[in-house]
Design a protein around this ligand. Structure first.
Ligand code: ATP
Ligand code: MG
Length: 345
């Protein structure tokens, strides 16, 4: 064990208060693994009883290695997600590798295509990338969380003037794609024989230059297809960014992954939600409660003004305007709507 700091706590302080002191001092998280092993802030502490003293040694704790896209559609959003989780990345994305300022994490900047392989091999422990890339590479990794951004679909498209009825259209046709595995699996399941032309990029021009009869590619708004004289005829799968993990993480890395997942979920729970505060006469409160069920049920607090109460609750962004109109109609006043940063359920 590599020792870098020794701390003595007198037994009269007691084990508990000694830790409490350290805890407050560092404003850090204390994990209890067993009676003699603790993970504390970014260090592992081992407690050895020596005569009348508790003797602590500190050693550097393992860091979890996360792979994110170096430059592309996912890069900024991946960094934003980590920032929302309270993880500071200071060195920018120009380096291949950097360390988080306040979380035991190393960040590797890679091409998204390579991330599944690196995570399978354990070069990175976890990674953020599109589900489409995970399916295509088909590596032995776990998808641990859907992240809710970079939503897109993988679709089949054909020249806009072609008549289309069903999938039989594709029988013995040439289809250009960067996702040959997903496409082959799809048509094999359907029992339809097609010829797949694998391309690295610019798939949308393949029909125009006579390389293929159709394409299979990522679509989000569909504007690229229209610009290239194509029409979308079948959606094969929907995709979004996901967090993947190596299947054999050490215990301490599993703990770090759990901590990260806890933060990601708190952030995701707050997305698309608003906190509402309002005042209303007591007689309409039961109707307002029906309209604002909240997480468990809304909080109702009496106002100094007799006969009035204040109501606190959470609403979905999508229902926002409709609910606010209804609340005003019911007699609610002083309605405050506040964004939610994180929500721990
Ligand atoms: P790299 O050079 O790192 O391999 P790339 O060109 O393969 O990058 P990008 O175009 O940056 O990849 O897209 C990365 C991921 O973002 C895709 O795999 C997909 O999951 C998602 N994505 C791609 N296009 C869109 C889009 N139009 N809308 C939403 N998400 C998209
Ligand atoms: Mg790529």
């Amino acid at each position: 064990m590599q020792s870098c700091r020794k701390i003595f706590i007198h037994p009269s302080e007691s084990n508990q208060s000694g830790f409490l002191f350290l805890y407050k001092l560092n404003e850090a998280k204390l994990y209890i693994h067993s009676e003699s092993k603790y993970t504390f802030n970014e260090a592992e502490l081992y407690i050895l009883r020596e005569s009348n003293y508790i003797f602590l040694e500190k050693r550097k704790m393992e860091k979890i290695k996360i792979a994110i896209q170096k430059s592309g559609r996912l890069s900024e959003k991946s960094i934003d997600l980590l920032t929302e989780c309270g993880i500071r990345i200071s060195n920018g994305t120009r380096k291949l590798k950097t360390e988080a300022g306040n979380f035991p994490m190393e960040i590797l900047f890679l091409r998204d295509d390579d991330i599944p392989q690196y995570v399978e091999q354990g070069v990175a422990d976890i990674g953020i990338l599109g589900q489409n890339e995970v399916w295509e590479k088909d590596k032995n990794v776990d998808i641990v969380e859907e992240l809710g951004f970079s939503n897109c679909r993988l679709s089949l498209a054909i020249p806009k003037d072609e008549a289309y009825n069903d999938l039989k259209f594709f029988e013995n046709r040439r289809i250009a794609t960067s996702y040959p595995k997903i496409l082959d699996k799809f048509f094999t399941q359907k029992g339809i024989k097609v010829s797949i032309e694998e391309l690295g990029g610019s798939v949308e021009i393949a029909t125009g230059i006579g390389l293929a009869d159709a394409i299979f590619d990522i679509v989000s708004t569909g504007s690229t297809l229209i610009m290239n004289g194509l029409k979308e005829v079948e959606t094969v799968v929907k995709s979004q960014a996901v967090l993947i993990s190596n299947k054999n993480l050490s215990e301490s890395k599993k703990q770090l992954l759990d901590e990260l997942l806890f933060r990601i979920k708190a952030y995701k729970n707050g997305l698309g939600k608003k906190y509402v505060l309002l005042n209303a006469p007591n007689e309409v409160i039961p109707d307002i409660i029906k309209l604002l069920p909240g997480m468990r049920s809304p909080s109702i607090l009496p106002l100094a003004d007799k006969g009035w109460s204040s109501v606190h609750s959470v609403i979905n962004d999508d229902d926002f305007w409709e609910i606010i109109d209804e609340l005003k109609r019911m007699g609610a006043e002083g309605i405050l709507v506040i964004p939610i940063e994180k929500m721990i359920l």
